[in-house]
Write a protein that binds this ligand. Structure first.
Ligand SMILES: CC(C)(COP(=O)(O)OP(=O)(O)OC[C@H]1O[C@@H](n2cnc3c(N)ncnc32)[C@H](O)[C@@H]1OP(=O)(O)O)[C@@H](O)C(=O)NCCC(=O)NCCS
Length: 215
């Protein structure tokens, strides 16, 4: 059963800082350099790849040419087209109406600059508008504070801790109704900002309203 017909079509999702797009053969070299990186592997509770680049290319070619209907793999580019990482949603389960989300910014120069949060928001907006899935969840190491903060800023809620294969993870999730409420709140605050910015300047000066300033 194919859970989502859009899963195999070409994607291009534009955020404020980054673009999510379908994977291409040209991504192989950067992807390989990130997959053999032991620090990146450790942050994702996995082991670095030990394949040669030629062996890796076979897997990469299959992933690009024959994408699984159960997962959607996307590259993360900066707005000017520099490939900095990857994001995927996978274990798409139509019966449970859920999928898991994963992200890896491989280029360290782009850590802690808001790219991860932007990408996660864009991915969630896509999942909750282009599919019928009700819940997106993830596991991140309890020691990975940067990832937890980024996921929380994008709307994920920490639910509980999970021990698996000797690692301890925080299980986080967001439901469609939470995402919808967050989006509505954001839209309201944005329109309030616009009204404040376009409102006429009050005639009362700060000195008249702030007793500490006096006259
Ligand atoms: C995890 C990841 C996607 C986050 O993306 P990012 O662009 O680096 O994160 P953001 O800038 O959007 O948000 C990170 C937040 O954590 C904060 N942060 C960074 N290091 C931190 C730390 N050690 N403790 C607490 N907060 C930290 C940042 O200051 C930022 O918060 P702020 O915007 O309020 O200042 C990215 O760093 C990454 O891919 N890292 C390598 C692989 C990885 O860890 N993948 C996740 C596997 S689940």
């Amino acid at each position: 059963m194919r859970p989502e017909p859009e899963a195999t079509t070409k994607l291009r999702l534009v955020g404020e800082l980054a673009v999510l797009r379908s994977k291409t053969m040209e991504d192989a070299e950067a992807d390989y350099s990130w997959r053999v990186d032991s620090e990146l592997a450790a942050l994702d509770a996995t082991r670095p790849v030990t394949l040669t680049f030629t062996e890796y290319m076979r897997y990469h070619r299959d992933d690009v040419n024959y994408p699984s209907p159960w997962s959607v793999r996307m590259a993360i580019d900066t707005l000017d087209g520099h490939h900095i990482g990857n994001c995927m949603y996978y274990d798409i389960n139509a019966e449970k109406s859920q999928c898991e989300l994963g992200i890896m910014i491989g280029d360290r120069a782009y850590w802690s600059k808001g790219y991860g949060t932007d990408v996660i928001k864009v991915a969630l907006a896509h999942i909750f508008t282009a599919t019928n899935l009700e819940r997106v969840y993830l596991h991140t190491l309890t020691s990975n504070f940067r990832a937890q903060k980024s996921f929380a800023k994008a709307g994920f809620i920490a639910v509980h801790k999970v021990k698996r294969d000797g690692y301890e993870f925080v299980f986080m999730e967001i439901w469609r109704k939470q995402w919808t409420a967050n989006s509505a709140k954001l839209a309201r605050s944005t329109s309030a900002d616009v009204s404040a910015a376009t409102a006429p300047t009050p005639s009362v000066s700060r000195a008249e309203t702030d007793p500490l300033l006096g006259s």
